[in-house]
Design a protein around this ligand. Structure first.
Ligand code: SAH
Length: 244
């Protein structure tokens, strides 16, 4: 069976949105993955179909009710991981994306307002995931980001031409490094030339240049990744018995 995504949202019209186009869209149309979108309001039974209420303890904004969110999760829950998108979650990583893509699929809960009642997060054992240290108005764009990252890794979605094997945050030759710069034709553009080594036809020299650039960019832009890379490299050198 293909990879299955279920999304719980107050705004079903936001899906598939951008995921209906390009690689993800073709994969969706071709059956590489499927998308089920449920409107949380469909489980609200009172006259006004209320899904939220004011926070105990006071303060601004509204909170999504635990009984409503629980009933909505009940519509789709199975063996798949259930994720609540929230700025206080664990930051989404390529490693988590790879694991999710290798599984049966995912259930995503999109918050609105101030978020959801804490008790349903506990009761359902929801995994909390953030897409970055900034605040969105709702979980829907975060769900689209997470799905895009997973879907492109599914078998048959990304062609060989768009291989994921050598990119940032992936194991392989450039593990732990940001990607090196890319160039294509024209060889000279607005007075800017492509680095000579890339035109040399010398594969070893090209590989060395790319590694040097990947290291420089990582060192300059991401001290956190650079420190982890050096640590990992130090360990490799130590275990090979060669003095660093
Ligand atoms: N009061 C919350 C923010 C609520 S934003 C706080 O201060 O943490 C409303 C909803 O948008 C959240 O429930 C969550 O589902 C979603 N959201 C906002 N920013 C997000 C982020 N960086 N990552 C994932 N989801 C986010």
């Amino acid at each position: 069976m293909s990879w299955r995504a279920s999304v719980l949202t107050l705004f079903p019209g936001m899906f598939p949105g951008p995921l209906g186009q390009s690689l993800a869209g073709r994969g969706l149309a071709g059956g590489a993955w499927s998308l089920e979108v449920r409107e949380i309001r469909e489980v609200a039974t009172d006259r006004h179909r209320k899904v939220d209420d004011t926070p105990f303890g006071g303060g601004a904004g509204m909170v999504m009710r635990p009984d409503i969110v629980d009933a909505a999760l009940g519509l789709v829950a199975d063996i798949r991981p259930m994720i609540y998108l929230t700025p206080r979650g664990r930051p989404l990583s390529q490693a988590r994306v790879r694991d999710l893509a290798a599984g049966a699929g995912v259930v995503l809960l999109c918050g609105r307002f101030e978020g959801v009642d804490e008790r349903v997060i506990e009761a359902r054992g929801l995994e909390e995931v953030s897409i970055g240290d900034y605040v969105l108005s709702g979980g829907e764009p975060a769900a689209l980001v997470l799905l895009d990252a997973c879907v492109r890794l599914l078998p048959g979605v990304m062609g060989a031409a768009e291989s994921a094997s050598e990119e940032s945050f992936s194991p392989g030759d450039y593990a732990g490094l940001l990607e090196y710069p890319h160039y294509t034709r024209p060889a000279e553009w607005q007075g800017r030339a492509v680095p000579d080594v890339l035109l040399s036809g010398h594969h070893g020299a090209v590989a060395a240049w790319r590694r040097g650039e990947a290291e420089r960019i990582t060192r300059e832009r991401r001290p956190d990744l650079w420190a982890a890379y050096q640590l990992a490299r130090g360990r490799t050198i130590a275990s090979s018995g060669i003095a660093p």
